[in-house]
Design a protein around this ligand. Structure first.
Ligand SMILES: [Zn+2]
Length: 223
């Protein structure tokens, strides 16, 4: 019962030290129960969840602030040394958890490399071994971007944040802002298009009465 009230022991520690697998975080009696359950369910049942659900907020900044507040409150309750940069810890926690949820196959390959790496791992070599990695022209975030899942609520929040920062410009400008902000989304154009199609501000202003009129044929007298 105590486990359900207070959660696993690792939740009281610094998020950077949190286990990479939820299975390892369970105490041995619970672990046995969990393992027997996993045998009859799918792999996705062992997915790690963030301390605050991604869907709870519609803005990235609010989600990061709420997660950071959770860590500060937890440190206060546990009399831990306060985290020096809770916002940074919150970002690491949110992105790390998302990557564990989305890129299970790639994580498995990197932990135990085999002959045929997944396509995404081959693409990552562009950043790790390619020309981009050899140059000092770009900033660290640009050379080593954070990989985001194409279909994930956190990715939508990141794209939406970039879209707002570039003042609701189109797909191209949002893609550039996303890349310059240090993120990389496989098939990013589709992901950006999906988010922009749901943008309330764009819908509102692109349907005003004074928008550009439809082009008509030139009059016969002209020219
Ligand atoms: Zn917009």
């Amino acid at each position: 019962m105590q486990y359900w009230v207070s959660g696993p022991k690792w939740i009281a520690e610094n998020p950077i030290n949190w286990p990479s697998s939820s299975l390892d975080s369970l105490s041995s009696p619970n672990k046995d129960i969990f393992q027997s359950a996993v045998l009859h369910t799918t792999v996705s049942d062992s997915i790690v969840e963030p301390v605050i659900p991604y869907e709870r907020f519609s803005k990235l900044s609010k989600l990061i602030k709420a997660t950071a507040f959770f860590f500060k409150f937890r440190d206060l309750l546990k009399h831990n040394v306060p985290t020096s940069d809770p916002d940074h810890c919150a970002r690491i926690h949110l992105f790390h958890t998302m990557q564990q949820q989305i890129f299970q196959k790639e994580f498995a390959y990197l932990n135990d490399p085999k002959d045929n790496p997944p396509e995404l791992v081959k693409d990552l070599n562009l950043f790790l071994d390619g020309r981009i990695a050899q140059t000092s022209v770009y900033e660290y975030e640009l050379i080593h971007p954070i990989l985001l899942g194409k279909h994930h609520p956190l990715t939508e929040l990141v794209i939406s944040d970039c879209h707002e920062k570039c003042k609701h410009l189109g797909i191209g400008a949002t893609l550039t802002k996303l890349r310059l902000s240090g993120f990389w989304v496989p098939q990013s154009r589709q992901a950006v298009k999906k988010v922009l199609s749901k943008c309330f501000t764009c819908k509102k202003f692109n349907n005003l009465a004074f928008k550009y009129p439809k082009l008509t044929n030139l009059p016969k007298t002209q020219g």
